[in-house]
Design a protein around this ligand. Structure first.
Ligand code: CA
Length: 220
């Protein structure tokens, strides 16, 4: 099983790599957020271990960008007592978290648990989600309705992508705002309405995205 560790502390990374290897876990290490995001594009990892304190990007920002292209299980590594980050990490698409200092046995158990919850290679079967005659290509970031391309703005696409990664499931407004706007979400509640309205108009399929009153939205 091949894992990616995004962690700037080289000593910790080296130690983990050394201790996971005998257990059949190959650990690739990225020392910055940008490096980690580039590696995720290239390799289908079984899981990603993500440190939140990185030199270039906030770990939660890395998580947000990662979730736009991949459904790989993510375990957040966090400092003790950093409860707010953990909650936001889990809401932003992390599958679980491990508090530092990392205890090997706990880490192994959690890797195994998140790995069991997803398909074999940790990637969705296809990055193209088809609902009725609307297809959303999450990797190419394109949308076709009745086989004709529809031009969406970046934010409109991201709102749609949050729903398309969970077709048929209710997704809360909070979740959409967390994934698309991150830290700024408190200011954008109105903005989500605006994007949703124009997204629906462009897709021209009124029944495709349903509003779940007092909660959020569902695709399909
Ligand atoms: Ca760090």
């Amino acid at each position: 099983m091949r894992l990616l560790l995004i962690e700037d502390n080289a000593d910790l990374a080296g130690l983990l790599a050394q201790r996971l290897a005998p257990r059949g876990l190959d650990l690739d290490v990225a020392h910055t957020g940008e490096e980690g995001l580039a590696m995720i594009e290239l390799v289908a990892y079984a899981a990603v271990l993500l440190d939140l304190g990185l030199p270039d990007l906030d770990g939660l920002e890395v998580l947000r960008r990662l979730r736009r292209v991949s459904s790989v299980p993510v375990l957040v590594l966090t400092a003790r007592g950093d409860e707010r980050s953990v909650v936001r990490g889990l809401r932003g698409g992390a599958d679980d978290y491990v508090v530092k200092p990392v205890r090997l046995r706990e880490l192994l158990a959690r890797i195994e648990a998140v790995h069991r919850r997803v398909p074999a290679d940790g990637q969705p079967a296809s990055p193209v989600v088809q609902v009725a005659d609307v297809s959303v290509d999450l990797r190419a970031r394109t949308v076709r309705v009745a086989d004709r391309p529809v031009e969406l703005t970046t934010k409109e696409f991201e709102v749609l992508a949050v729903l398309a990664r969970r077709p048929g499931a209710a997704v809360s407004r909070q979740q959409i705002m967390d994934e698309v706007w991150g830290d700024a979400y408190l200011a954008v509640s109105r903005s989500l309405d605006v994007h949703m309205t124009s997204l629906r108009a462009k897709l021209d399929r009124p029944e495709l995205v349903s509003t779940i009153r007092g909660f959020g939205y569902r695709l399909g």
